[in-house]
Design a protein around this ligand. Structure first.
Ligand code: HEM
Length: 547
C-alpha cells in the first residue's frame, strides 16, 4: 500500500512512480518488484518477507509513456518468482521439460510486449539468477490459460502452470479475460462489470484476485491449510507473488474438479503457432507439478475470492459514482458555456446598438453643423433640448419640422395655378416665443421660391398671438390673431415693403394654421392686392418629420 499517512515518504513514492494526474488511495498498491531487496526484512518466526517502513520504490523498467498514461494496474505486470519459487525446481529439472517450448528456452523470460496482446511464454527461472528471477511473471499477474491436455480438468497453457504471462494491463486484459471460463460456465466477466478504462483496471484486480487465489488454493490447500491461510493474509495485492516452496510443487494427478479455463489464443498474432502458447512439455510439467494438489472445486475458488471481489466491487461502485458525478459536472459545464455564449451574443447586439446610436447622434450633429454652422458652438453644452417656455405652450402643436405633403397649391385670379414644395421649421429656445422659417421650392426643379422667417409671440395669459414675418420679396409684415385649441387665425396688422417691391403690392393678408385630424399641419393664405380683393393664394398640408 502507498504510505498515505507518511507524506514525506508518499512524495518519494509518487516521484518514483511518475504518474501524471493520479492520486493514490488506500486501495492503491505497488508491486514488490519495484523495490530493491534491501527494502525488505524477514519476519523472524516464518521468514516471511516484509516491506520496511522506510522503503521507497526504485525499480521501474517500463517505458516512461507506459507508466505515465495507463493506470498502475494497467502497466505490464511482472511475475515474480521468489527465491523460494515453487516451480523453479520443476523448470530446472534434470529432464528439462519445463524449459521447452516453441519460442522459449530455459532461463528465458518472455513477456508480452507493451501494447501487444500476444501471449508470451515465460520460462521458468533459475533460483540463482536473481534479476531474471525477480522479473519473471508472477502467477498473480497471469491469466492462467491451461489448455486441456490430459482430460483431467486441469490444463496449462505454457511452461509451468503459472507460466502463461499475458499482458494483463490496459486493453489487453479484456480479451484475455473473456476466455477465462471454468467448467461451470463462470467467467471472469461475471465478476467484472463493464466499464471504462478505470473499470478495466478494477476488472484486472478481479482477475488478479481470481487467479492468484486460485493458484494459492490449488498449490497450498492440499498440503498445508495453515500455510494457505497465512498466504491469504500476507499476500500483497500486486505482484509480490506467493511463497510456494519448492517442495510444494510436487507432481500428483490433477483433480478433475479443478478449475478449467480456456487457453488464451493470441488473437493479435494469428500467425503465431499454437505451440507458442501451449508447449506440450510445459503443460505436462505443470500437470505433474499440481498432481499432488487436493481437488478444489470452482465453488471453493469463488468463495475464497469473494472477499476480494467485494472490495473490488466497492471500487467499481466508487468508480461508477465518481463517473456519474463527473458526467453531471460536464453537463452543468455545458449549460454554463451555452448561457455564456448567449450572453456574449446579447452583449454583441447591445454593443452594435450602442454603436448605431452613436453614429446617428454623430450624423445629427453633422446635420446641425451644416444647417446652423455656428449654432452648435453657441448652444448649451448639454444635449438636452431647452425647456419650453410655458407662455408659448398653447402653440406647442406647431412645433417641429414639417414637409409639404402633398405639394402646396398656389392660386390667384391673376396667376396660373401652381404647385410648390415647402419645408417648415417651428422651434423654440426656451424663450416665450416661437421661431419659424418657411422655405418654398419648385416641385420639379427644386429651385428655391418664396421664403420667409420670423417669430410668433403670445401675449402672456391670453390667447392673443402676434406673427412677425420677413419675406424674400421685400415685404415685412405683422399679423395678429388668436389661438384656439389647435387652430391659429391671424390677419395682417401692418405691411411694409422695400421701395422697389414688385407690383401689384399686397395690401392685406390672412392666414389660418390648424392641426388636422390626421396630425398634419395645414396652412391657408389669402391676400388682397392693389388689383384683387381678398382671395386665397395658397393652401398646403405638412406632415411632421421630427418630434
Ligand atoms: C404670405 C406670403 C405671400 C404673399 C404676401 C404673396 C404675395 C404675392 C403677390 C402680391 C403676388 C403678385 C400677384 C399678381 O401678380 O397679381 C404673388 C405672386 C406669386 N406668388 Fe406669392 N405671395 C406669398 C407667398 C407665396 C408663396 C409661399 C409662394 C410659393 C412658391 C408664392 C408664389 C407666387 C407666384 C409663383 C406668383 C406669381 C409669379 C410672381 O409674381 O412671382 N407666393 N405673390
Amino acid at each position: 500500500m502507498f504510505p498515505l499517512k507518511d507524506s514525506k515518504r508518499l512524495i518519494q513514492w509518487l516521484k518514483a512512480v511518475q504518474r501524471d494526474n493520479w492520486t493514490p488511495t488506500k486501495y492503491s498498491f505497488l508491486c514488490s518488484e519495484h523495490f530493491t531487496k534491501d527494502s525488505f526484512s524477514k519476519r523472524l518466526e516464518d521468514q516471511h518477507r516484509l516491506l520496511k517502513p522506510t522503503a521507497v520504490p526504485s525499480i521501474f523498467h517500463l517505458p516512461e509513456k507506459k507508466r505515465g498514461s495507463g493506470g498502475h494496474g494497467r502497466t505490464r505486470r511482472k511475475v515474480t518468482r521468489k527465491a523460494s519459487g515453487g516451480l523453479r525446481g520443476h523448470a530446472s529439472g534434470a529432464d528439462g521439460k519445463g524449459a521447452t517450448g516453441s519460442s522459449s528456452s530455459s532461463g528465458e523470460n518472455l513477456m508480452a510486449k507493451p501494447g501487444s496482446r500476444k501471449v508470451k511464454q515465460v520460462a521458468l527461472q533459475n533460483e540463482t539468477a536473481p534479476r531474471a528471477s525477480q522479473e519473471a511473471t508472477s502467477p498473480e499477474h497471469t491469466w492462467q490459460a491451461p489448455e486441456g491436455t490430459t482430460g483431467d480438468g486441469l490444463a496449462t497453457a505454457t511452461a509451468g502452470s503459472q507460466g502463461a504471462a499475458v499482458d494483463a494491463g490496459g486493453e489487453s486484459a479484456a480479451p484475455n479475460r473473456g476466455n477465462l471460463v471454468d467448467k461451470s460456465g463462470i467467467s471472469m466477466d461475471d465478476f467484472t462489470p463493464p466499464g471504462s478504462g478505470a473499470c478495466k483496471f478494477i476488472g484486472s484486480l478481479h482477475s488478479y484476485s481470481f487467479s492468484s487465489k486460485h493458484t494459492r488454493e490449488r498449490a497450498s490447500v492440499p498440503r498445508e491449510p495453515v500455510d494457505r491461510k497465512r498466504l491469504k493474509r500476507d499476500v500483497e495485492p500486486g505482484c509480490s507473488g506467493t511463497s510456494l516452496g519448492p517442495d510444494k510443487g510436487l507432481a500428483q494427478s490433477p483433480p478433475s474438479s479443478s478449475l478449467t479455463v480456456t487457453p488464451q489464443k493470441p488473437s493479435q498474432s494469428p500467425s503465431a503457432p499454437p505451440t507458442d502458447v501451449t508447449p506440450k512439455p510445459a503443460a505436462e510439467a505443470v500437470q505433474s507439478e499440481h498432481s499432488d494438489a487436493s481437488p478444489m472445486s470452482i465453488n471453493e475458488v469463488i468463495l475464497s475470492a469473494s472477499g476480494a471481489c467485494k472490495l473490488i466491487d466497492s471500487l467499481h461502485s466508487y468508480c461508477f459514482s465518481s463517473r456519474q458525478n463527473k458526467s453531471q459536472v460536464c453537463c452543468l459545464r455545458e449549460q454554463v458555456e451555452k448561457k455564456n455564449g448567449e450572453l456574449k451574443t446579447l452583449r454583441q447586439r447591445v454593443s452594435r446598438s450602442d454603436s448605431q446610436v452613436r453614429k446617428l447622434q454623430e450624423k445629427l450633429d453633422e446635420l446641425r453643423r451644416v444647417s446652423f454652422p455656428y449654432l452648435s458652438s453657441l448652444l448649451p453644452f448639454s444635449r438636452e433640448p431647452p425647456t419650453m417656455n410655458p407662455v408659448v405652450e398653447p402653440l406647442s402643436w406647431m412645433l417641429g419640422t414639417w414637409l409639404s405633403d402633398p405639394p402646396g397649391s398656389g392660386t390667384f385670379p391673376t396667376l396660373q395655378p401652381f404647385q410648390y414644395l415647402e419645408e417648415v421649421y417651428i422651434s423654440h429656445v426656451g424663450q416665450p416665443v416661437l421661431n419659424f422659417s418657411f422655405n418654398a421650392f419648385h416641385p420639379d426643379t427644386r429651385k428655391p421660391m418664396h421664403r420667409e422667417c420670423g417669430f410668433i409671440r403670445l401675449k402672456p395669459d391670453t390667447n392673443k398671438v402676434a406673427f412677425v414675418s420677413a419675406q424674400n420679396t421685400g415685404i415685412v409684415e405683422v399679423e395678429e390673431g388668436e389661438v384656439n385649441g389647435q387652430e391659429l387665425s391671424i390677419t395682417s396688422h401692418s405691411i411694409a415693403r422695400i421701395s422697389f417691391a414688385k407690383e401689384p403690392h399686397v395690401e392685406q393678408i390672412t392666414r389660418k394654421f390648424r392641426l388636422n385630424s390626421e396630425g398634419k399641419l395645414e396652412q391657408t393664405v389669402s391676400m388682397a392686392t392693389t388689383t384683387q380683393p381678398m382671395t386665397q393664394h395658397l393652401h398646403i398640408t405638412y406632415k411632421k418629420v421630427t418630434p
